[in-house]
Design a protein around this ligand. Structure first.
Ligand code: IPE
Ligand code: IPE
Ligand code: MG
Length: 263
C-alpha cells in the first residue's frame, strides 16, 4: 500500500503519523518546489554566523527529500543557490559550495536507496570544476533510477532560463511557427516534467525571487514562517494538506453545473 514506506519511517504514536493518515493519495502534488529561505535569520537568532544556518539547513534537505520521495511525489525541486546569490560575501558562497559537495558525497547512497533520480537545473557549467564533478557523479549514478526526480536549482535564475531557452530556439533554427507553449516548455531545464503544483517558501517572505518563472504559472503558493533549518517532515505534510484544501480553477470556474443558468 502506498504511504507504507513513509509510515514505516515514523515511530508509532508520533504526531506525524496522524498527519500522514490525513493525506489524500489521489490528490498528491506531482511536483513540489521549495524556496529554502531563512538560514541567515535562523543563525542570527542564535548569535551564530550565517553559515551555521546553512549547515543546519542540510538536515532539512534530507528530511524533505526523503519525505517527498516516500510520499510518492514525482518531482521535488529545491532552490539552493540563485544567480543573484553570487552577490554574497565570498566566504559565505564558498561555504555553501563546500556544504553542497559534502551533502552530495554523503547522501548519494540514500538517494540511490530511495530510487531518486538527481538532476541539476541552472547554469551548472559556470560552477567550479570540483563542484561540477560531484554534481556529475550524482547525476550519472542516479540516472537510471525510476522514482522521484530531485532537481537541485543551482546558479539558477528564472529569467536566465528563459533567455537560454530562446537562445536554444534560435540556435537550432526554430521559426516562429515552430513555437507554441508546449514546445517552449520543452526547451526549459524542467522539460518533460509536470509544472510545480505546490510552491513552498519558508521564512515568511512573499516573493518568488526569480524561481521557475514559467513553470509556476498556476502553482499553489504556500508560505510558512518556519525558517528553513527548522523545516521537517511535519512542515512538508502540513503544506501538502493545505494544498489539498485549495480550489484550483486555472482561470475557469469551480463547478460549471453549480452556476445557475450555465449550459
Ligand atoms: C537561504 O537562506 C539560503 C540561500 C539563499 C542560499 P538565506 O541565506 O537567504 O537566509 P536569510 O534570508 O538571510 O535569513
Ligand atoms: C532565494 O532566497 C534564493 C534561494 C533560496 C536559493 P534569497 O534569500 O536569495 O532571496 P531574496 O534575496 O530574499 O529575494
Ligand atoms: Mg534569504
Amino acid at each position: 500500500m502506498p504511504l507504507d514506506s513513509l509510515l514505516a519511517s515514523i515511530p508509532p504514536g508520533h504526531p506525524d503519523e496522524a498527519l500522514v493518515r490525513q493525506v489524500n493519495l489521489e490528490q498528491l502534488p506531482a511536483h513540489v518546489a521549495i524556496i529554502m529561505d531563512g538560514n541567515g535569520r535562523w543563525a542570527a537568532q542564535r548569535h551564530l554566523p550565517r553559515v551555521e544556518g546553512h549547515r543546519n539547513g542540510i538536515q532539512s534537505v534530507r528530511d524533505t527529500v526523503e519525505t517527498a520521495a516516500r510520499l510518492g511525489c514525482q518531482v521535488l525541486t529545491l532552490y539552493a543557490f540563485s544567480i543573484e546569490n553570487w552577490k554574497r560575501p565570498l566566504t559565505e558562497v564558498s561555504t555553501l559550495m563546500s556544504l553542497l559537495k559534502r551533502y552530495l558525497r554523503s547522501e548519494l547512497d540514500t538517494l540511490l536507496s530511495n530510487d531518486i533520480r538527481f538532476r541539476v537545473i541552472g547554469r551548472a557549467h559556470e560552477l567550479s570544476p570540483d563542484v561540477r564533478e560531484e554534481l556529475d557523479r550524482a547525476v550519472t549514478r542516479t540516472a537510471d533510477r525510476t522514482g522521484m526526480i530531485f532537481n537541485l536549482a543551482l546558479n539558477y535564475g528564472g529569467r536566465a532560463e528563459l533567455v537560454d531557452a530562446v537562445r536554444e530556439a534560435l540556435r537550432t533554427g526554430m521559426t516562429p511557427d515552430d513555437l507554441d507553449e508546449a514546445r517552449f516548455a520543452g526547451l526549459l531545464s524542467t522539460a518533460g516534467q509536470p509544472d510545480p503544483d505546490l510552491l513552498i517558501r519558508t521564512s515568511g517572505e512573499m516573493r518568488v525571487s526569480n524561481f521557475l518563472l514559467w513553470q509556476i504559472a498556476y502553482s499553489e503558493i504556500y508560505v510558512t514562517d518556519t525558517l528553513w533549518p527548522d523545516f521537517r517532515r511535519r512542515h512538508l505534510l502540513e503544506a501538502v494538506l493545505a494544498y489539498q484544501k485549495r480550489d484550483r480553477r486555472y482561470g475557469g470556474i469551480k463547478d460549471p453545473h453549480a452556476v445557475i443558468g450555465a449550459p
